[in-house]
Design a protein around this ligand. Structure first.
Ligand code: GLA
Ligand code: ZN
Length: 666
């Protein structure tokens, strides 16, 4: 485990590099990420290249033993390029071309841009593949950031029509799968198929503008595929010259919304995944459980150690700032990342930039470049990481619980969201949080992933269940697995149409239930009671009629009082639970305690509000991280004696942690 910094050599006079390098070495900063926004320096005019500045920067930091993650610079095309080739730009949902200025305004399906990017990536990779400082590569920067995954331009429309032809082969098949007979939308050729720009009903329904749900979901899939294929062109170019690991820095839902990219697919050709973790900034404050969930997602995309490529390190925002991190929080956030499986944490950014869009985006250092309290805190972290990395390899939580995350379902949920207030990522979090509170690790798995090794699998709103995934679930349960399926699962086919079978559709046998009536709760709250104690549903009530299943919970009020809201069905050696409603936090907590017990998953520590516990191993040794997210000290009664590994202090009967304090126990 180690720390790094996002650095912009091009933002500072070269004599400043010396001070920065020396301060980095002093703080045990081992790696810098550079070059993601430097195209206009590499190629100031078309086909005239200048690599001298990067040569110098790499050589300079290399002499201090500082490693480099070198980026491909396709996030910001130079002005001469967008002037000469305006077809590079994206079109927004209204069909208006984006303009120069800011960043990420290019279309992933622009052949011109793909060609220009490949030429420069080729040159950069060829030139620097062998440089001793270059340790890894980052493709572009935050692909899909700020809703740029979906482009509505004619280039995308043509590519989309080709994508559809490849998928459906005949236009008759597309018409049938989409149900275009509805509202007279039958297409006579693929060339007629539209890109779902803001249509006539846009003002009625901004989410979908009333477009065909099959078309919308395919367009989301096409957009995700387009970004991934753009990225993989750069991956392939780099692999021609370098065998050093390649990543891209992803975004997750801590405060940002999802990007519309299927990150499981995006991770396939990457060597490791990384993400940008901003917790308290201009756009909101993320709860510790949400940040932990996002680390778990990143750990899950490649099932191996990941990086935080941008870890907040100061007060940050564009037009206005979020809070300055309270003393201790940078250290807590860093250990939270490591405790959830990160092996490198790179702070964004080394020093606040005095010019440009992000002049308010503080890094470790302020605009004056002087050591400050955040630099001192990070120096302490660097020192501790140096010590701990002598003892441990990459520490990873070993999860026995898996939550199925389906991007197809995510996009379908956002197209037709069932009921006001339904939000897939929030639902996933409500399934994750009880385990977070219990200190029990949870992985996220794609519908295709194997379920081997998991004692408990949760499928919240697993809306579109591919055939092989359904069989995978059935085999898992038959071999003794414990599965929970929730409402809005298994009821749509892969064309985003409703099955014409009784809910829960393709999961009906497995769950041993039928649902002939359900109640989307609009301004209604329904009390429930069951093995989860007393609870309340605020979103949805499936009125369950058990067939082979037994009732474990029921509704307490409304016309369906006494009807089943939760069941269990014995299948082979295992059990399938069906939860027909959402539950408040307390009931969810009791439900997950019940299921953990049924699945023989022990809770290691008694839980204290605001204390995150993570059991990790590097394959040889174990370590327990105890992290106090509270603004006040906590005292934990210990049932064993431990050594605290940062201070080497023996912990006998109680562990005391200061506000935002961290202990690593063995
Ligand atoms: C993202 C980008 C960074 C920076 C921050 C602040 O994380 O990757 O370049 O712009 O946002 O906006
Ligand atoms: Zn486009």
């Amino acid at each position: 485990m180690r720390i790094g910094a996002d650095y912009y050599p091009e933002h500072w006079d070269k004599e400043r590099w010396k001070i920065d390098a020396q301060m980095m070495v002093k703080a045990n900063i081992k790696v810098i990420r550079i070059g993601e926004f430097a195209w206009s320096l590499y190629e100031p005019e078309e086909d005239r290249y200048d690599f001298s500045w990067m040569d110098e920067a790499l050589d300079y930091f290399n002499q201090y033993g500082i490693k480099v993650v070198l980026c491909t610079p396709s996030a910001t095309p130079p002005k001469w390029m967008t002037d000469r080739y305006p077809d590079i730009f994206q079109d927004d949902i209204h069909g208006n071309a984006k303009i120069f200025g800011t960043r990420k305004h290019y279309c992933f399906n622009s052949d011109t841009y793909r060609k220009k990017t490949s030429i420069l990536v080729d040159k950069i990779a060829e030139r620097y593949a062998g440089h001793p400082a270059v340790e890894a590569w980052q493709i572009d920067n935050e692909l899909g950031w700020s809703n740029t995954t979906r482009c509505y331009c004619d280039k995308c429309k043509k590519k989309f029509q080709g994508w559809l032809k490849n998928k459906y082969k005949t236009i008759e098949n597309l018409n049938k799968k989409y149900g275009t007979v509805f509202w007279s939308q039958i297409y006579n050729s693929f060339e007629e198929v539209i890109i779902p720009r803001a249509g006539a009903c846009y003002d009625t329904c901004h989410d979908t503008q009333g477009q065909n749900p099959g078309l919308l979901l395919d367009y989301d899939r096409f957009s995700s595929d387009s970004v991934i294929s753009f990225m993989n062109e750069s991956v392939d170019r780099i692999k021609k010259y370098s065998n050093k690991p390649i990543t891209t820095n992803m975004l997750d839902a801590a405060v940002n919304s999802g990007t519309g990219i299927d990150y499981f697919k995006c991770a396939e050709k990457l060597d490791f995944v990384s993400w940008d973790n901003y917790i308290e900034f201009q756009w909101g404050i993320a709860q510790a459980a949400t940040v932990s969930r996002d680390h778990a997602l990143l750990r899950s995309y490649k099932k191996r150690p990941f990086w935080v490529m941008e870890q907040q390190s100061g007060a940050c925002g564009w037009s206005k700032m979020g809070p300055t991190p309270t003393p201790g929080k940078l250290r807590l956030w860093t250990y939270q990342a490591v405790a959830n499986g990160a092996d490198t944490v790179v702070y964004f950014r080394w020093r606040a930039c005095p010019f440009g869009t992000e002049e308010y985006w503080h890094g470790i250092l302020n605009h004056d470049g002087k050591p400050n309290r955040r630099y001192k805190e990070i120096s302490q972290i660097g020192f501790e990481m140096e010590k701990l990395s002598q003892k441990f390899g990459a520490l990873q939580p070993k999860a026995k619980v898996a939550i199925i995350k389906s991007f197809d379902s995510e996009w379908s949920h956002s197209i037709h969201k069932h009921v006001e207030g339904f939000q897939y990522d929030e639902l996933l979090l409500s399934y994750y949080r009880p385990f977070y509170d219990m200190g029990i690790a949870v992985d996220f798995v794609s519908p295709e992933d194997t379920l081997e090794g998991y004692s408990l699998v949760l499928a919240p709103a697993f809306l579109i269940v591919p055939e092989d995934s359904r069989n995978n679930l059935e085999n898992y349960v038959k071999n003794g697995g414990t599965l929970l399926i929730s409402f809005r699962s298994g009821i749509k086919d892969e064309s985003n149409n409703m099955f014409q079978e009784t809910v829960p559709g393709c999961l009906r046998e497995l769950a041993g239930v039928e649902i002939n009536d359900y109640d989307p709760l609009l301004e209604k709250h329904i009390k429930v009671s069951g093995i989860f104690g007393k609870g309340q549903a605020d979103l949805w009530c499936d009125i369950i009629e058990p067939t082979s299943a037994k009732t474990l919970g029921y509704y307490v009020e409304d016309f369906y009082a006494g009807k089943s809201c939760m069941t269990v069905n014995k299948v082979g050696k295992g059990n399938v639970y069906y939860l027909g409603c959402d539950l408040d936090d307390d009931a969810m907590r009791q439900l997950m305690e019940y299921l953990s017990e049924k699945a023989d998953i022990a809770m290691e520590f008694m839980n204290i509000e605001g204390v995150e516990i993570s059991n990790t191993t590097d394959g040889n040794q174990n370590a327990v991280f105890v992290m106090n997210h509270n603004a006040y000290p906590i005292v934990i009664d210990m049932n064993h004696s431990y050594t605290e590994l940062i201070t080497d202090v023996k912990i006998e009967d109680t562990l005391t942690l200061e506000p935002y304090g961290v202990a690593i126990l063995q």
